[in-house]
Design a protein around this ligand. Sequence first.
Ligand SMILES: Cc1cc2nc3c(=O)[nH]c(=O)nc-3n(C[C@H](O)[C@H](O)[C@H](O)COP(=O)(O)OP(=O)(O)OC[C@H]3O[C@@H](n4cnc5c(N)ncnc54)[C@H](O)[C@@H]3O)c2cc1C
Length: 366
Amino acid sequence: MATDDTEAARVLRVVEVIEETPEAHSVVFEIPDDAQAAFEFTPGQFLTLAVPSTETGIAARCYSLSSAPHTGIHQITVKRTADGYASNWICDNLSAGDTIRVLPPSGIFTPKDLNADFLLFAAGSGITPVISIARSALETGSGKVVLFYANRDEKSVIFAQALADLASKYTDRFVLVHWLESVQGLPTPQHLQHFASHFLSYTAFACGPAPFMKGAIEALKALDFPRERRHQEKFVSLGGNPFGDVEEMQAAQATIKEADDHDEEDDAKSTVEGPISVEVELDGQTHIFDDWDGKKLLLEFFEEKGLEAPYSCREGNCSACACVVTEGEVTMDHNEVLDADDLADGIRLVCQARAASQTLKISYNG
Ligand SMILES: Cc1cc2nc3c(=O)[nH]c(=O)nc-3n(C[C@H](O)[C@H](O)[C@H](O)COP(=O)(O)OP(=O)(O)OC[C@H]3O[C@@H](n4cnc5c(N)ncnc54)[C@H](O)[C@@H]3O)c2cc1C
């Protein structure tokens, strides 16, 4: 039986595994009473699973919740990746009654207002967070929902029936458009732009393979969708282990940093000297600190101060720790998720942030 090795991770029991398509399995978890609060989520968020691995101990992988929060169900949907480790392990091994360690919900691919009108783009397994948003908006919101859903062929369409049911129940609020590569070829940026041009006032969310997302985001930019109405979720595999003992990880990072400092002495001289004052808005509260040395990663500083700042991968691969810098600046050691527009909007990854100004104000409230 697995044990918890971080405060946040919980051992969850699988209550059901559903074969959605030959390549995709949904996994439903039971959330113990004392973990209900920690596992509350908003549509579009993901869980991080510790998939056992004989080679590396665990492979940590993020999976978006495909269920809608108001149903009280915590369900992820995993599609096999060719030659991928964790996705195949989950589809081949997990069954009802099994347990697995899971980190609480995280992520910022979430609508601020479920009453808005939504333009949703999904391809393949990218439907997972998107169906959670669509269902939540239709069943608890009041706006319109339009979904452009691309797949290789008919048998690879995940949630075909559930989406058809939503379409027949919400005839006046939900437009569902299936695009099959086997019939129509790959959707081009021009196709996506033409489609999106009918819904210029909607809030857009896109999730799918990299070329599809690139096409969707380019289309939205070409149509002048403002940044705050344009969201994307990138599916990448984590390289590190957010389940590991935090102090051990910090010690390891400090050792690496020490080696880097030694190798890059000139760079170290140019960093801002502490103490640096930091004002942070989190969960509606403002916290002020005046003793960040600026070299320690900002997330580690917050942890030392006992601040419950959000994070997941700790390596700049997901966006769970994203904040907006409203005054001052930070540099990031590593960034795999934020694009040029995100950076221009002041969005930064706290797990990768080091000081670049004497005072800093950030907000997690977006
Ligand atoms: C926020 C977020 C949400 C996500 N939600 C979902 C979801 O809802 N559903 C879903 O199915 N997935 C989701 N993912 C993706 C998921 O986390 C995994 O990335 C995916 O399942 C693949 O993991 P894997 O271990 O099977 O593949 P990996 O073993 O990580 O391999 C991925 C690919 O890389 C190649 N590869 C592996 N190692 C090497 C190497 N050393 N050199 C070269 N190539 C290599 C493999 O051949 C494979 O093609 C999400 C990711 C993120 C960040």
